[in-house]
Structure formats: C-alpha cells, structure tokens
Design a protein around this ligand. Structure first.
Ligand code: SF4
Ligand code: SF4
Length: 389
C-alpha cells in the first residue's frame, strides 16, 4: 500500500470539505516544531480492549527493545533534519519494561529536548534512576479508582498496585529533587465518573496534575473498520462493539461531527513522527500494524523522503475522507458537548466538565492554552499573508 495514491478519494464525491490527501504536498518548513513518539520496547504488560495491544493481537509487534545507541543515532539525525520540540518514549507500548529507561531519558535530554513518558504504572523498576534522569513529564494512564471499574478497561491491570506505585513515584521525585511534571490521564468511559472524583483527590494529594480524556477505540485500523471503509481488512468484532458501547464519547456522533468540521491539515502527519522499537517509521502514531503501515527505516531514509511517502499514502485519504484525523486530534469543538450530553443521558447526576475546559485551565505560567480554533484561524491568516507555507 505504501506510496500509492488515494483510491478512496479519487472519485471526489465526498471531498467538498476534505482536501484529498493526494493534493496536499509536504513542504519543508524549518520553523515546524516536531514531536517524536518513539516506542522503546515492542510490547505492553496489559491488554486493554480499546487499544490494539488488546484488540488487534493478530498484528504482531517486535519483542525487541531499542538500545540507547540507536536512540542516540535517531536523536542526532532528527535534530539535524528538523526542529525537535519534544520526544515521547511511548506510543503503543509500556516504556517501564525497558531494561535501561534512565539511560534512554538521558540520551534524549543530552540533545536539549524535553522527554515525556506515559505508563500504566503496574510496574516500577528503578524509579529512582528514572526520576534522577528527570524526564519533563511522567503521565500515568488509568480509568478507575476501584478494581471493579479499572479492571474492565485496563485488562490485566491492578489498580491497588498502581495506587501504591503512584505514592512511590511521588516519593522518588522528592528523593531525586526532580522537576518532572506528574500527570494522571484519566480515561473516561460511561460509568467511571464516581471513581474519577476519588482518583482526582488521591492524585492531587500526591502532587499529580489531573487531566481527564475521552476514551477512544483505537487504532486507526479499527476506526476505519468502524466507518465501513473498504481500505482495510480489519473488522469490528463483538468485543469491540462492547468497548464502543462503553465509551463516554459516542463514536458515531463524534465521527460525524469530525467529518463535518472545516477542512484542516493533519498535524499527526505534518509535525509528528512515530518510530517503532526497531527504528522504523510508521504512517502515523494512530496506525498499529507494522507489517502493513511501516514507511521505512528512520536512520536510513532522509526525513524529506519519509514525508513524501507519508503524504502519498492511500490510507491518509481514507482517514481524512472520514474525518478521522480531526477526531484523533480533538479538532472538532463539538466533541466535549457530544460526550457530556451522552453521559447526562445515562447518568443525570454526573457532574463532569469537558476535557477542553480542563485543558484550557491556567498553566503555571498564567498563560492559557490557545484554543485550537483560534490557532487554526491565526495560521490561515499567516498563510494568506505569506508568512507561513
Ligand atoms: S492502552 Fe496502554 S496500558 Fe493498555 S494495552 Fe495499550 S499500551 Fe498497554
Ligand atoms: S491521522 Fe490519518 S491523515 Fe493523519 S497521518 Fe494518520 S492516517 Fe494520515
């Protein structure tokens, strides 16, 4: 499939709001701030049903882990080819499984680049070493406070262990004097709002920031199957349907709103790069099957060539046609409203705020995050004025 043109968009019937992927071209802009999502191991210890590790087991991943020398070469090449704004040492995997995570963090930081981690925190090995390496952010993803709630959506996970480990992380941060931002990403499903309040109180008592997020069904392959796209040979099975029914953000309405959103380029393609533990570039961070959506070796291929291949990829056409690139990046302003209405229908007493509202809270600097719509409008004006490509 790699390198072919978009068949899904060639008929143009459905492309009044979406620019066909084939007509958008990659143009190098030295000012673009790039984010790299690098899996440093090939697997995860949990099997969450909303994640490809749990729902797409037939798509094999590598059991290998990345060595510091390879990460060093990736960082050297990346920083020579583009402006690297942040490196996250995870995409579909659990970075705490890496045998020498502190060294990996140090490699990224030696290039003056912030390094973020996300973990399910069911295991902590060498947490003192990790905190001494001082990553810029350590995010813990979870979905409940009690095992009954958490265990449904974090399959194989143990929330009591996670809670103990959260306290240990907070102590290790103090021991190391690290400046790492500790964050809880609370995945919202229908019916886990009572646990949310308990987890928020517990997390904040330990010094974690608290950021709720609407749970999705991932990866791209499953979402394309959900939209009935014929670009993919993956199916929605009974277990996926159960996951879909449990989401606080109802997929049909969310995809419809994303499809109807004004045209917008895909930031995951324009300024983000997903790299596997074996050093291969994936089409994007939302695609999972390495046997189908691998673009090429990052170290052996110039960035411009990788980008040209990504911009020609047929799956981008199918994804954009269905508005999935908007959905994946919270690019529609309606998503919060849709989810809150859906929750209110099932749980009228649930008092939740939209995730955008929480994300736009005052930051330590006193600056609020700029709403996506405003950012898009500013960009449009700057492009019109010729200040940006
Ligand atoms: S969602 Fe996270 S914790 Fe769960 S299986 Fe996927 S990578 Fe592992
Ligand atoms: S989100 Fe969709 S459009 Fe964006 S890079 Fe991935 S497949 Fe392509």
């Amino acid at each position: 499939m790699t390198g072919t043109t978009s068949t899904a968009l060639q008929d143009g019937k459905d492309s009044n709001t979406i620019m066909p992927a084939t007509r958008e071209r990659w143009v190098h802009n030295p000012k673009t701030k790039w984010q790299f999502d690098i899996d440093v191991v090939g697997t995860c210890n949990l099997r969450c049903p909303s994640c490809p590790v749990g729902n797409l087991s037939e798509a094999r991943t590598s059991e290998k882990y990345m060595r510091p020398e390879m990460l060093d070469r990736i960082m050297a090449k990346a920083t020579s080819e583009c402006r690297v704004y942040g490196v996250y040492l995870y995409n579909w995997t659990e970075p705490f499984l890496h045998p020498n995570l502190p060294e990996m963090i140090r490699v990224v930081r030696s290039y003056g680049v912030p390094c973020g981690l996300s973990t399910n925190l069911n295991l902590i090995t060498n947490i003192d070493g990790i905190m001494e390496a001082n990553p810029s952010m350590l995010k813990v993803s979870l979905s409940g406070f009690t095992q009954e709630v958490y265990g449904k959506t974090h399959r194989r996970g143990d929330i009591e262990l996670v809670k103990q480990n959260m306290a240990e992380v907070a102590r290790a941060k103090q021991r190391a004097g690290s400046t790492t931002r500790l964050v809880i990403a609370y995945h919202r499903y229908l019916g886990n709002h009572e646990d949310e309040a308990l987890m928020q109180a517990y997390a904040q008592s330990l010094g974690f920031e608290f950021e709720p997020a609407w749970s999705y069904l991932m990866p791209l392959e499953k979402m394309l199957a959900f939209t009935d796209s014929d670009a993919i040979d993956v199916e929605i099975n009974a277990e996926d349907q159960k996951t879909i029914d449990s989401l606080a953000l109802p997929l049909s309405d969310a995809v419809k709103a994303s499809k109807n959103a004004p045209h917008q380029p895909c930031p995951l393609r324009a300024q983000q790069m997903a790299i596997t533990a074996t050093g291969d570039v994936m089409l994007c961070c939302t695609a999972f099957d390495q046997s189908k959506y691998k673009i090429g070796s990052f170290l052996d291929t110039p960035l411009s060539e990788l980008q040209e291949q990504r911009y020609r990829h047929s799956l981008c056409g199918s994804c954009m046609k269905n508005g999935l690139h908007v959905f994946f990046t919270y690019g529609s302003d309606q998503l919060d409203e849709i989810a809150l209405k859906h929750i209110a229908k099932h749980y009228p007493d649930a008092k939740l705020k939209g995730v955008k509202e929480v994300m736009n809270k005052d930051r330590p600097t006193g600056i609020k995050a700029i709403p996506y719509k405003l950012k898009r409008e500013c960009r449009r004006i700057l492009v019109k004025l010729g200040a940006l490509s």
